[in-house]
Design a protein around this ligand. Sequence first.
Ligand SMILES: Nc1ncnc2c1ncn2[C@@H]1O[C@H](COP(=O)(O)OP(=O)(O)O)[C@@H](O)[C@H]1O
Ligand SMILES: [Mg+2]
Length: 483
Amino acid sequence: MKLYKKEGNIVQILSFPDENAEKGDYLVVEDNEAHKALIVQVIDVQFAAVSGMLEELLRTLSEGSDFIKGEDIDPLEIAPHITYIQDASLLVCKIRATLENDQLSPNNSWLPSRSQSIIIKLSVQSLMKLAKVDGDLPIILGGTKDSTLLTIDATAIDGTLNIITGKKGCGKSHLSKLLMISLVGYKATVVIFDLNGEYTSIGMTQDGKRNIYYDKIHTLNPAQNFKVSLDQLHLNVVMGILVHALHLPGTSAREFRRIWKDLKDKDKLTLVNLGEAIRNCNCNQHVRDALASRFHSISNSGFFTDNKTEANLLDESLAKCKNQGGAIVINLKNTSTVDRQIVVEYVLGKLVDSLQSWKLKAVFLFAEEAHLYLRETYWDDIVTRMRHYGIFTTFITNQPDTIQETIYRQADNIFLFNFTNEHDLDVVSRAARIDAETVKSIARDLPPQHCLTLGKVVRDFPMVTRVRSIDVKTMGETRLFFS
Ligand SMILES: Nc1ncnc2c1ncn2[C@@H]1O[C@H](COP(=O)(O)OP(=O)(O)O)[C@@H](O)[C@H]1O
Ligand SMILES: [Mg+2]
């Protein structure tokens, strides 16, 4: 390989067919005189444009036909050399760092010698060592092309905001399950908003036996084994549900607050009494109607109960996770849009409460297709207030434009699967920690189950892995007619 050109943070390198460098590979451009080296990543592979090449190609094209009669004479035997040159490629590479005295720095302002530089491939293993992608809590993501394992550290997803995105069916939920069980293995508390009910069986192996996580997976099915009784609810959580999930206007909200406090003081907070109090409330007809319709939604959701033995507060499950770690799967599969919002509002309110009172240290929240249940104001909340309290969120989606821009700007890690659609790639490129060229060029060619990992977990050295398989029962399969 030979250095050809450098423009800004892009270098172009000439490479011959037998050197087979591919997109995503890392190379070192070593300048022994300067005692420095550039670490670059191939982001595109093109044909080398050699002048006279077109003529040469045309000549070989006509060889196959009977058009020109005669014998090829090649006394100097240059034909093999020419074909070699024809297949030469130009590697467009992005400079990732400068290596000097075994230390990496982001500096790319120097120019390596064109004649003296030696260019060699850099294995993922050596790169990870140089970049210090290591730690005491390893999570093996999968294998890389040069058959090393890409291992990130759990501490690098601690306190962070993450995005897993890519086309449908390419393995996003699989990766999020892998991350979840790894975190649970390190005794973390994980909560998942499971839209399709596909996380409920992570406690099972593929052939239906219990696995080591079985006792640590707590599935909560709203209105079934997950109900709350009113007197155990905090007023602010109820108000959150009424105002945000059920859009109760301000004046009616004030009235509701009054009714609630009144019942609470008398120790009579039940669904029945609440309905009664609203019917008999001495207030404007509109307010009463507004309250009555919200009460109707609340009692219809089946999520609230007056029967205390039936009530299963989130607290119990959180307490189970506290010491040994565990995952709480909130199964939203058979829940209507409104009920889903009620449940999510309740869970988030409850998490903030538990974190504020230090009943809980921190929680990793996984949210699949969050735009289907997360209200507008929560997006900003998640990057600011909730993160501060210790809710560290991972968004999983196949529609990257449903995730708000603030999330992209603040995201610490992005796990990107294949996207071919230009618009989707544009959206993802907005993330602050990644550069658009890398994303567009590499993500477009990723095979299924391969993921481009970007951000803090790989110390900003984008790496491609084939995500490893895990022995848990999957429920995410698309339902088909012909099978
Ligand atoms: N790395 C992997 N190894 C083995 N199976 C995988 C892997 N990634 C995905 N799968 C399987 O492929 C299917 C689709 O994956 P899934 O994660 O549900 O896709 P997505 O969430 O992106 O739509 C699932 O049945 C899953 O078990
Ligand atoms: Mg999925």
